[in-house]
Design a protein. Structure first.
Length: 93
């Protein structure tokens, strides 16, 4: 066996042994990456489901504000009408 064959054989053995050590580590890294991706997707879905109620609450708040403003206008109109009636009674006496 010449030196080139010996170097080649030793290199192949070292690479094979290194791969035996590295392969499980690479599998663990890949598994961790998949788990992180799943967590990311779940978080994104969670944010989507959280943002929907927030939008619903904002719409509800807007509706309540609109209703409250309409109610205030109605009350103001009644008060103004009563003031005008009272003023006309006072001036007619």
């Amino acid at each position: 066996m010449n030196s080139e064959e010996l170097v080649s054989e030793l290199t192949n053995k070292v690479v094979a042994e290194a791969m035996q050590v590295i392969r499980p580590l690479l599998e663990k890294v890949a598994e961790s990456m998949r788990a992180m991706e799943q967590e990311k997707q779940q978080m994104m879905q969670g944010q989507e489901t959280l943002s929907d109620p927030v939008k619903d609450n904002q719409a509800l708040l807007q509706d309540l504000q609109t209703a409250a403003q309409a109610r205030l206008r109605s009350i103001e109109q009644r008060v103004n009408l009563k003031q005008r009636k009272l003023a006309s009674r006072i001036t007619s006496r």
